[in-house]
Structure formats: C-alpha cells, structure tokens
Write a new protein. Structure first.
Length: 251
C-alpha cells in the first residue's frame, strides 16, 4: 500500500471558485483520476474510490460543481448551473491538474457519475489528446431528451423548476433545448468503460448500451439488480475495476 495525502484545493476560473479535494500518493508522477459527481452530489461521493486508488499509487481528485448541489462548497447558486457551466468547471480542473508536478500528464483519466458522467463525456471530446481513458457510472446521457420532452418549446420553459429539492434556473433548460447528446459524443477514441445497473429507473440501461456502441473503443459492465446508485458491494467492485482500468491503460 502507498502512503498518500489528502488536501483541500480551490480552483478559480471565470470569476468563480471550485472547491476540491486531492488524494495524492507520495511518489512523484502518479496517474490521476478526476471524479465528477452527479446531480445534487458532492466531492464526498467518491471518497471511498479515491482512497482506494491513492492507497494503491493512483492519484484522485474530487470536487463540487459550481451550483451543482444545495450543499456545494463551490460558488454559484443551483439556479445558475447548466450542463455547460459544469463542463467549464471540469475543464478548469483538468487544466489545473495538468500543471501539477507530481501528476503524470500522460495518464489523466475522467470518471463521472450520472450527470457528472454526461459532463465528463462532453469534456472528453474536447480533451481527446489529454485524457487517457473515460469511466462512466450510470451516465445521465438522457438528460436533454428528458427535459426537451417535458419542455418542447422555449416558451414552455419556466423560470425555475424544483427537482429533488434543488432549484434549477431557466438557463439549464434553454441551453439544452434541441440538444441531442449523441451528436456531441463519440469522437473520444481512447478506452471507455461504462458501469450500469439493469434496474436503473432514472437512466435507462439502453442509454449506456447505446453509448457502448457509439464510442470506437468502449465496453459496458452491466450490474444485475443494481439501480441508479449502487450498493456498497457494487461500489467496491467499481473501485477495483477503476484501478484495473487505469493500470491496463498505462501499458
């Protein structure tokens, strides 16, 4: 097991601050996995995964999307957040981590859960040469489809929407109006690993399966009996498979 250190990191970009936590092994030039949380999640959602990796010599970084949660330690209100402000946040995190001396720039991986999976997939398209691999945990690729079905015209979009205790602003829906996820992902040609439960009633497994076919080098691991949010046992398996994915893609 490797010695590792946990530290709070604050990243400033476009007039806002991102709160994050790094998990860095002692050795120089480690590979790095950047974790992106889902809707109303936080940097703490992937603490177990990060500790698992760091204790085995792989760095990890978790952060709060600006406006991404009612409990976010980053800037913004939730009604200011859109998929694209979150993509800007993730890109700022990637740019920052690429500057760190103890991170091997050739081995930076993105891991996104749910909405963070969609955001990670979008960011990977712009960072094909800088990202070594992509891991998607029940990625919410259906978000634009779902909301465009609910609000088919610009005029039908309200100023705010309450979803699961979170207030979303009009901008969230305007920016994805007429947006089709699969038109904007799929050029990323490195390895992609998708984790999805076959009992997911939030994001249909069909989206994960379609994504696995859509990327040139992707595979999907289907977890029987798991829904949107995995059991402890399944999360342990995801952490282990993430470690193995990083090691294989460093060869």
């Amino acid at each position: 097991m490797s010695e590792w250190k946990k530290e709070v990191v604050k990243i400033h970009h476009q007039g806002r601050m991102i709160y994050g936590v790094s998990y860095l092994p002692e050795q120089k030039k480690c590979p790095m996995v950047i974790f992106s949380h889902g809707f109303n999640g936080s940097h703490g959602d992937f603490a177990m995964n990060s500790e698992y990796l760091a204790s085995r010599g792989i760095g990890a970084f978790c952060f709060d999307f600006c406006g991404g949660s009612v409990n976010s330690k980053s800037d913004f209100e939730t009604k200011e957040m859109t998929l694209f402000t979150e993509k800007e946040d993730l890109c700022a995190v990637i740019d920052t981590i690429r500057e760190w001396e103890n991170v091997d720039q050739d081995y930076i991986f993105l891991f996104g859960g749910s909405q963070g999976g969609l955001v990670s997939a979008l960011a990977a398209e712009e960072y094909i040469d800088k990202i070594r691999g992509l891991l998607l945990l029940y990625p919410a690729l259906s978000i634009p489809d779902n909301w465009n079905e609910r609000f088919p015209t610009m005029d039908s979009i309200p100023d705010t929407v309450e979803l699961w205790g979170v207030t979303l602003g009009r901008a969230f829906f305007e920016t994805i109006h007429g947006y089709h996820t699969f038109d904007h992902i799929g050029k990323f040609n490195k390895n992609v690993l998708i984790f999805h439960g076959d009992q997911d009633n939030i994001i249909s497994l069909s989206y994960g399966e379609r994504a696995a076919q859509h990327y040139p080098n992707a595979r999907i691991e289907v977890f029987p009996g798991e829904g949107h949010g995995f059991s402890e046992e399944a999360n342990q398996k995801v952490a282990q498979m993430t470690y193995e994915f990083v090691k294989v893609n460093m060869n």
